[in-house]
Design a binder for this molecule. Structure first.
Ligand code: KIV
Ligand code: ZN
Length: 508
């Protein structure tokens, strides 16, 4: 393998991805995602935009200190104050990177920056030189590159490389490119920059026309060696290029592309599920690679072909990306040791405290279900291990509902060891129960989004509810798990309230 065959995967789920409307992750959630991205084997994690808020700074710093393996990048505008703040946040990382950006397109120069080309060129070079005082690895992004004048962009690229940029990123910021055109743009630009061999050229494509992955692939096929993307394609507006799609396109079409990555493919599905449940951004069923239907064959002809030879209709196997096929795993008589070993085989190395929590959760589920499946265990880990401290916990729930009665709920919450009861009615049992919760917490959340799904199959399947709740002007993703779907709903509501309360505490 030559150096140019290796593609560097730059994950921006925690920065551009977190800019998705209505997504807000707390520090713990960002850390959990960053650790999972490291297990997945991405090369660079863009952990956030430290100057954007105190919370962003804290998350980037926590990730820089705790996550080993990938390069940890922090974003900043091209000015000293931003760069100082980013360096402060990332300086403890094993391998830090300052990522500074400045727009280069005529439209941004005229209306947003109100600067001339010469001024922008000088600012870009100064920013890179200033960042280099702190950090060897400096990435420069020419925002809105795809709508920039090619000659000017080539001058900027050459100048920032001469100033020490190790990576130059050429984003299709507004998702305007068309694959052939974008590929040619990368190729032409590279041919016009004399010192291009001294840096890595990167692409960062948005999905406004649904072409982000296609454009990223065109960029790679024309010389880009770093690709910026986000898990499940989340990000500003229509999102970023989807990480999992790029990985699997590179892997499946190695015959054509001859490019490799350092990805551990078996972690793809788990990463997608984790990001979806912590952000509350659902994955559409027909989404490539990680959608529920991505490996489902419906038509008789296809099923027949699959039975005869899988490759008739399957270009990649679900096992490769970590979709587990084996179902029965543990039952209520399984002991702690078997449980621990099994979790390890699924890739979860639990410390004593995590094992304790997960095992207790497993016993509760095993008491209600005869067979506990891998899907149940994965859901359990998300519920117990990736949990923030709970101020409010659901202690008791009683609902009366039916076609001819007014839905009524009685709820008991535990708050710091004390119990509080309330009852309420509603249009349905979930609304009644949430209203009862409101009476106790005095926090009146608004449910913006609600999704109930069955974990695995069968009538005794666990119900998993992911909701998005607006509290005090902010939106929180809540998650709840139970064999009882009303209980799962209330747990997801209480989970969002706990996140709100936790954030207030952190701010204090
Ligand atoms: O889309 C974009 O141009 C960006 C840059 C900040 C890299 O997100
Ligand atoms: Zn972007």
């Amino acid at each position: 393998m030559s150096a140019t065959d290796r593609i560097y995967l730059f994950d921006t789920t925690l920065r551009d991805g977190e800019q998705s409307p209505g997504v807000s992750l707390n520090v713990e959630e960002k850390l959990d995602i960053a650790h999972q991205l490291a297990r997945l084997g991405v090369d660079i994690i863009e952990a956030g935009f430290p100057i954007a808020s105190q919370g962003d700074f804290a998350a980037v710093q926590a990730i820089a200190r705790a996550v080993k393996g990938p390069v940890i990048a922090g974003l900043c505008r091209a000015n000293r104050e931003d760069i100082d703040r980013t360096w402060e946040a990332i300086k403890d990382a094993e391998t830090p990177r300052i990522h500074t950006f400045l727009a280069t397109s005529p439209i941004h120069l005229k209306y947003k920056l109100k600067k001339s080309r010469e001024e922008v060129l000088v600012q870009a070079v100064e920013a890179v030189k200033y960042a280099k005082r702190f950090c060897h690895d400096v990435e420069f992004s020419a925002e809105d590159a795809s709508r920039s004048d090619l000659e000017f962009l080539a001058r900027v690229t050459e100048s920032v490389i001469a100033a020490g940029a190790t990576v130059v990123n050429l984003p299709d910021t507004v998702g305007y490119g068309i694959p052939d055109e974008f590929g040619l743009f990368i190729k032409t630009l590279m041919s016009r920059v004399k010192n291009v061999d001294q840096a890595i050229i990167s692409v960062h494509c948005h999905d406004d026309l649904g072409l982000a992955v296609a454009n990223s692939m065109a960029g790679i096929m024309n010389g880009a060696r770093q690709v910026e993307c986000a898990v499940n394609g989340i990000g500003e507006r229509a999102g970023n290029a989807a990480l999992e799609e790029i990985i699997m396109a590179l892997y499946t079409r190695y015959d054509l592309l001859k490019k490799t990555t350092a990805i551990n493919h078996a972690e793809i599905y788990r990463t997608s599920r984790l990001v979806s449940s912590l952000t509350g951004m659902q994955v559409q069923p027909n989404k490539a690679i990680v959608g529920k239907n991505a490996f489902a064959h419906e038509s008789g002809i296809h099923q027949d072909g699959m039975l005869k030879e899988r490759t008739t209709y399957e270009i990649m196997s679900p096992e490769l990306i970590g979709v587990s096929q084996s179902q029965l795993v543990l039952g209520k008589h399984s002991g702690r040791h078997a449980f621990k070993e099994h979790m390890e085989s699924l890739g979860y190395i639990l410390n004593d405290d995590e094992l304790e929590k997960a095992f207790a959760g497993f016993k509760t589920i095993a008491d209600k279900k005869k067979q506990v499946t891998n899907d149940d265990l994965e859901a359990l880990v998300k519920d117990k291990i990736y949990a923030i401290p709970e101020r409010f916990s659901l202690d008791y729930l009683h609902v009366v509902s039916g076609s001819t009665v007014l839905p009524t709920a009685t709820v008991r919450l535990k708050i710091e060891g004390k119990v509080f009861d309330a009852a309420a009615t509603g249009d349905g049992p979930v609304e009644a129960a949430c209203r009862a919760v409101d009476r106790i917490t005095d926090l009146y959340g608004k449910m913006l989004d609600y999704k109930l799904s069955a974990v695995g199959g069968g009538k005794d399947a666990l119900g998993e509810v992911v909701s998005r709740i607006q509290i005090g002007g902010k939106v929180y993703a809540g998650r709840g798990l139970s064999t009882d779907i009303i209980e799962a709903s209330v747990k997801s509501y209480v989970n969002a309230i706990n996140k709100h309360y936790y954030e207030l505490q952190q701010r204090e």
